[in-house]
Design a protein around this ligand. Structure first.
Ligand code: PXG
Ligand code: PLP
Length: 449
């Protein structure tokens, strides 16, 4: 029986909908169920909720839909694909769109990153990259090179590998023992508060990597994984020269550098990738989100030819699998269709340039909030920014939560996370839409207690 969308989405009054069965991810379920926020449709930069309110999306969904909601080009491509090839086995077979999208991603990503492995999310991209790095050293005959180094306050998704290298403590604490990983210090320094763009101080924090290498020995370390800028922890931007320094140290000690570009990829910084923005090319890059503009779940890991060739040169028969890893839905035809359509939009509309053009206006607006009571720092890069809010006694979450809910009530979606309010507006936002969004935010901030 066909689904009656009219009925599903509008005729059943929400008041009669039972929320009990739904366990929401990364959500305060008890609070949510007392006061549900139900998004029923979207268009361009706006969401519409179940009460018919129009809400400006200042987060690109969850950092993923920067090219505009409900793009007809993506809808059309997905529709066509579902009628032509709904699913093809990903193991030992391929289909044309996966091959096309791999080439497309290879072209868009920095030179030297040539081999594209598909996943279904950022979390899967991270776990794939970590396994790839460890298997790479084994393939080279150095199995003891297995340790992983990441950074405090880093977010690398919710799977086991990503949780282990993750550096946001509340995301790790409930799970007990995880994979061993060492964490570099984060780069959030009080002397950098209210920096516009890249902060000046703190390049020496990269040198802690040398200390970790001294204590473990480079021969025991597989890879360093970092976000070019930390998104989830509240847009923490590395100081000038920091990522270059990490790259130098990794090169010097023969350690792989992985950039987790799940948020920073596809234009968010005003360059195509964080790697382009900072001028540092990693050995492996993790992607997701913008790859399909968020329309269909998809991720990718892009690796250097050197890594790929190491697997391909294994001394095993050609019919043996070189990298025993992958997902049922790796390179799913429908996701590839969405990805190709999204990449068309990204390139044809020069959305990286659009983000770059809008970024100074966004910077002016967000830093215009300096001086508001309880705001202890403001950070921005490209079209991403965060406000740091002074905790109420020992509860860092309460104020951001109350601010974001007040904004939502007034038709603005911003994200609250820890002691921050984050924003990552769509690249197609207009200046006056951002002005209006900041009017609402400013009004809600002024009532903060
Ligand atoms: N790595 C990074 C750097 C991310 O930002 C992931 C991995 C995991 O991707 P998936 O697709 O498995 O969620 C992410 C995701 C937020 C927020 O506002 C951030 C993410 C997801 C949802 C919310 O903090 N980042
Ligand atoms: N669990 C079981 C029992 C499976 O058979 C599979 C895949 O075949 C998985 C988990 C992994 O699922 P996916 O490939 O969608 O990640």
């Amino acid at each position: 029986m066909a689904i009656n969308y009219e009925q599903t989405f509008s005729e059943i009054p929400l008041a009669q909908t039972n929320l009990d069965a739904y366990w929401l991810p990364f959500t305060s379920n008890r609070q949510f169920k007392d006061n549900p926020r139900i998004i029923v449709s979207a268009e361009e930069c706006y969401y519409y909720d179940a009460d018919g309110r129009k809400i400006f999306d200042a987060m690109s969904g969850l950092w993923c839909s920067g090219f505009g909601h409900n793009r007809p080009e993506i809808a059309e491509a997905v529709n066509q694909q579902l009628l032509n090839l709904d699913y093809a086995p990903a193991f030992q077979f391929a289909h044309p769109l996966a091959i096309q999208l791999a080439n497309r991603v290879k072209e868009i990503t920095p030179k030297g990153l040539d081999q594209v492995f598909f996943t279904n999310s950022g979390s899967e991209s991270v776990d794939t990259a970590l396994k790839m790095a460890r298997a790479y050293w084994r393939a080279k005959g150095q199995p003891e090179k297995s340790r992983l180094i990441s950074r405090a306050k880093g977010y690398h998704g919710a799977n086991y590998g990503g949780t282990s290298v993750g550096g946001i403590e509340p995301n790790r604490a409930p799970y007990g023992e995880l994979m061993p990983a060492d964490h570099l210090p984060h780069t959030l320094l009080p002397q950098n508060a209210f920096s516009r763009g890249l902060p000046e101080n703190g390049i020496e924090l990269a040198d802690v990597l040398e200390e970790l290498i001294d204590s473990h020995g480079a021969s025991h370390i597989a890879a360093v994984i970092v976000e070019p800028f930390s998104g989830s922890a509240g847009v923490i931007i590395p100081p000038e020269g920091y990522l270059q320094r990490l790259r130098q140290i990794c090169d010097h000690h023969d350690i792989l550098l992985i950039f987790d570009e799940v948020i920073s990829g596809f234009g968010r910084t005003g360059a195509s990738f964080g790697a382009d923005f900072f001028g540092v090319v990693p050995d492996i890059m993790c992607l997701a989100k913008g790859l399909t503009n968020g329309a269909v779940p998809m991720g990718a890991v892009v690796a250097s030819k050197m890594i790929y060739e190491t697997f391909m040169n294994a001394n095993t028969p050609d019919h043996m699998i070189e990298f025993p890893h992958g997902y049922t839905y790796s390179g799913h035809p429908v996701a590839c269709a969405a990805g190709l359509a999204a990449m068309d939009i990204f390139e044809k509309e020069k959305l990286t340039d659009k983000a770059k053009e809008l970024a100074p206006h966004f910077e002016g607006l967000i830093h215009g909030l300096k001086g508001v009571k309880y705001i202890t720092d403001i950070r921005n890069i490209g079209l991403a920014g965060a406000l740091q809010i002074e905790p109420v006694s020992d509860d860092p979450v309460r104020r951001p939560f109350e601010i974001a809910l007040a904004c939502w009530e007034k038709g603005l979606y911003v994200r609250w996370a820890g002691d921050t309010i984050c924003m990552s507006p769509l690249f197609i936002s207009e200046k006056d839409q951002l002005d209006e969004a900041f009017n609402i935010l400013s009004d809600c901030l002024s009532r903060m207690v």
